[in-house]
Design a protein. Structure first.
Length: 296
């Protein structure tokens, strides 16, 4: 009796083992990704967080107090936020108009513009800075042409407004690529129906299109801010590190010949991560509210 029971139990136990192994297969496929995620995401973040509290080989908050007491560091944060927020807002507005127009043109033109946008989104860093120097630098082609007609005034590519134009340029392609799929949620019949009911174009956009697109717009805005606030190569190549933004300050603290302070750079990085995390939380809250409003 016992031997027959064992023979009946063994197939059942083997089937359980097979089912458990089949459930473990997805986890095994994720193991390489988990290793890379730990090595290149979690481990550096943990190192930065721990070292941000080390000051003169002691565990302290002096790095953070030094940052908040320094007007120079506060100016770097202010400049970075100003460039990031305004370039993101302007770039998002231009990209929204561009994507809206793309939906109404021939498919071949639309595919060509999207392909060009995809290519130009990768045109950044030192090549982008060099291109802007040739076009809008002190002796740039467009600069000399506009100054000949008295249209440019005291524009300086290497100052705040010049950097804003540079930031807007590399924000637009990214915003277009992120917003293009979102516009599929709009039905062309909605605008025609709104027009039949007497609504003008701006009524349609204000009351129908923008509320539908609001989650995508908010999400794209956050990505653009994060993209801009982490920009380094273009600004450094254009200004040789003479314009005070937070990424330039971090780089100077970890690679400078005179002032090598990696712990202070780690503290700045932690503050930067906290700012981006706060912006992301606010974005998720706004998106949740927009979805809740639609359900109601």
């Amino acid at each position: 009796m016992s031997s027959s029971t064992l023979t009946q139990a063994s197939p059942a136990s083997s089937s359980r083992i097979k089912s458990r192994l089949s459930k473990l297969k997805p986890a095994l496929w994720l193991a390489p990704f988990a290793v890379f995620f730990y090595l290149f995401q979690l481990a550096p973040m943990i190192w930065v967080l721990v070292n941000s509290f080390i000051y003169d080989d002691e565990f302290a908050l002096d790095n953070y107090s030094e940052i908040f007491d320094s007007a120079f560091m506060m100016q770097a944060f202010s400049n970075s936020l100003w460039l990031s927020i305004w370039s993101s807002i302007i770039g998002l507005a231009i990209a929204t108009l561009l994507v809206s127009s793309l939906r109404r043109v021939d498919s071949k033109i639309r595919d060509g513009v999207v392909a060009f946008t995809n290519m130009s989104s990768n045109f950044s860093g030192v090549p982008l800075a060099f291109a802007f120097i040739i076009i809008l630098g002190t002796n740039g082609a467009i600069t000399l042409l506009l100054r000949q007609y008295g249209l440019l005034g005291d524009f300086d590519l290497y100052g705040k407004w010049g950097l804003l134009i540079l930031y807007i340029y590399f924000q637009i392609p990214l915003a277009v690529l992120l917003l293009y799929p979102a516009f599929d949620a709009l039905n062309d019949d909605w605008q025609a129906a709104a027009a039949l009911l007497g609504a003008k174009t701006w009524h349609y956009w204000l009351k129908i299109a923008l509320p539908v697109l609001s989650p995508a717009l908010f999400g794209t805005l956050i990505i653009l801010i994060a993209n801009a606030i982490g920009a380094y190569a273009s600004v450094f190549a254009l200004t040789s590190g003479n314009y005070n933004i937070i990424t330039v300050r971090i780089a100077s603290l970890v690679s400078g010949d005179l002032f090598l302070e990696p712990n202070l750079a780690a503290a700045i990085s932690v503050i930067l991560m906290a700012m981006l995390a706060f912006i992301t939380v606010v974005n998720q809250w706004l998106i949740a509210k927009s979805y809740a409003g639609k359900k109601n």
